[in-house]
Ligand binder design. Structure first.
Ligand code: ATR
Length: 285
């Protein structure tokens, strides 16, 4: 009898703790390198929130089933990273306007058995640039890349009302497709949107590398003789050839660690309705 009593109270305790710890996770493939658990735990500690934040490795083909399992297990929020952001956009029950337009979801909130998709990547990039005193308003910006990462930040780049956004990509036809996709929002915000022609000789205010060039084994292919005042690589933790070019240009530059932190802060705000302090995290990371 005593043993039974003890077991049932343990179960009660476990259920109680499971309820107490808010359950969150980051999903992607690969995922073992992800800094998101560390960042979210640190943010949560600022507000004494008890957080259980896991890394879950999931391949595209198992993604839908995994989402359904996590919903059943009582998870409240999920971050989504490569290569699942577009799939998450397709699976979510409801989408924010940002997620709708970028066709990308990196933050899911689970409420009343429904998946609400949002994306904070663009906000993360813009907030990090502003933190570094790089304003985009009325400026000439070059975005290199025409895949998920570059399209994922376009909504917020346009919202900053730069004078012109130039697009370029190794496969230039994709830049033309991208310009068409974003032409309506750009026009609405009085932003000129152009595909960079090889003949143009422009010194950009900001150059953003949104390619996955530093992940592959081949050489990074960028337009020749790039000139810019501030160079931003959305990758972090690597001395990329893009950042080397910035250094050779004697320009200011940054990797994307701040974007990672700020997109996490924006996701944290969506889930917990609190704005964490982001300045103090860099020492920990
Ligand atoms: P992501 O979600 O990271 O954007 P993606 O949708 O596969 O991934 O897009 C990758 C982007 O990086 C593309 O713009 C790609 O150029 P292509 O459209 O020509 O493939 C760009 N990219 C990948 N490797 C590159 C390299 N070595 N040099 C320059 N651009 C590269």
């Amino acid at each position: 009898k005593n043993i039974n009593l003890c077991t049932s109270s343990d179960t009660f305790y476990n259920n109680f703790m499971t309820k107490l710890n808010k359950k969150f996770a980051v999903l992607g493939h690969p995922i073992s390198h992800s800094l998101s658990p560390k960042i979210h735990q640190y943010f949560a500690s600022q507000f004494s929130i008890d957080l259980d934040y896991q890394r879950i490795d999931v391949e595209s083909m198992h993604f839908k089933k995994t989402l359904s399992d996590l919903k059943q297990k009582g998870y409240e929020g999920l971050n989504i990273t490569l290569p699942l952001k577009n799939l998450a956009y397709e699976i979510c029950d409801e989408l924010s306007p940002r997620a709708e337009q970028t066709k990308s979801v990196n933050t899911i909130s689970i409420k009343n058995d429904k998946l609400y998709g949002d994306t904070t990547d663009g906000l993360g990039l813009v907030t990090d640039l502003l933190t570094k005193n790089v304003s985009l308003e009325n400026k000439k910006i070059l975005v290199i890349g025409a895949g998920g990462a570059s399209n994922g930040v376009m909504f917020d780049l346009i919202s900053q009302q730069p004078q012109t956004i130039f697009l370029t990509n190794r496969t230039i036809s994709k830049s033309h497709d991208m310009a068409e996709t974003w032409s309506f929002l750009a026009k609405d915000n009085d932003v000129l949107l152009n595909v960079l022609s090889p003949k143009e000789n422009i010194t950009f205010d900001v150059i953003i590398n949104a390619t996955s060039s530093s992940l592959g084994n081949g050489n990074a292919i960028f337009p020749e003789n790039l000139k810019g005042h501030f160079w931003y690589d959305m990758m972090y933790g690597k001395q990329t050839s893009f950042l080397l070019m910035a250094e050779q240009n004697k320009a200011k530059f940054s990797d994307g660690l701040g974007m990672l932190v700020e997109q996490a802060a924006a996701a944290f705000n969506i889930w917990h309705h609190q704005k964490p302090d982001t300045k103090s995290i860099y020492q920990i990371l």
